[in-house]
Design a protein around this ligand. Sequence first.
Ligand code: AKG
Ligand code: FE2
Length: 346
Amino acid sequence: MATTLSEAYRDHPLHLHQIIPLDFSSIRTLPDSHAWPHTEEDDDDNDHGAGSCIPIIDLMDPNAMELIGLACEKWGAFQLKNHGIPLTVIEEVEIEAKRLFALPADRKLKALRSAVGATGYGRARISPFFPKHMWHEGFTIVGSPCDDAKKIWPNDHPRFCEKMENYQKQMKVLAEKLTHMIFKILGIKEEEKKWVGSTKHSEAIQLNSYPCCPEPNRAMGLAPHTDTSLLTILHQSQTSGLQILKEGAGWVPVHPHPNTLVVNTGDILHILSNSRFRCALHRVMVNSARQRYSVAYFYSPPLDYVVSPFVLDDSFLPRFRPLSVKDYIGVKAKNLRGALSLISTI
Ligand SMILES: O=C(O)CCC(=O)C(=O)O
Ligand SMILES: [Fe+2]
């Protein structure tokens, strides 16, 4: 039985060609492998979405909990200010991400994620589900970042490790605070949330880089997906690109605001809330002028935790069958977009 995220991924190997990113620094024209078909739907969606935006919520607002509940129901996402994470902690992690992605390809490839691995440098995990490649490179941290960082910087890794570990610690505290608020909104009993605040949760950090692209309108930074997590806390560098799909409004841009983090609900919270909270389908567009960076922190229950909609009263009808976090990761590893339907009871 897998007890760590790394062990969960070990059961779902990828081919190496599905892992190695393009050497973007040497490319001047968009290769056919990275050219995505343009659909009219995209144009329509973008026109509609431009007028709306996800709510910005102040964590110090006395009504923050209620506002978070409404945002999760309507959007599955919100931007959070006064979140308590010192600006320097975020800035330092962005500096380290930039330092990493600026390295020559052969240095980054020293920490290439293995076919059965969860951590290291590589393409997005969702890549195998799409016929075209994404204009993206990533670095995944599960547990300590030091083993991978040492491969890249044999003598100069402590700074990277320290900043990432500090970020992870601070994000955990924020994620716990948000989870307590969200579980309160859902009316969840004490015994169901014992794991929150313990060391038993699952977590991962994903550093993302979207290099400048010669033909951004034909490329895709990160293809549409929902996160598998309970919730995700995202820092984006001051460059737009993230979009969230909103029914009736199309792809809505999530523009960066200073000192603000994006929070989105993942599949696990969607299941626990019996579909009351949306899980936001999101994607990332690229541009020709500025490289974009983001840092995602994924927070989930322990891998052996059985995910099942919280029963609220006798007439409650669960919309999903129970399964462990580890098993849900397995279902999703085979069916990116169909995982929720596969465990649906209706
Ligand atoms: O780069 C972004 O803004 C989003 C990243 C993301 O969706 C992910 O890492 O799952
Ligand atoms: Fe995501």
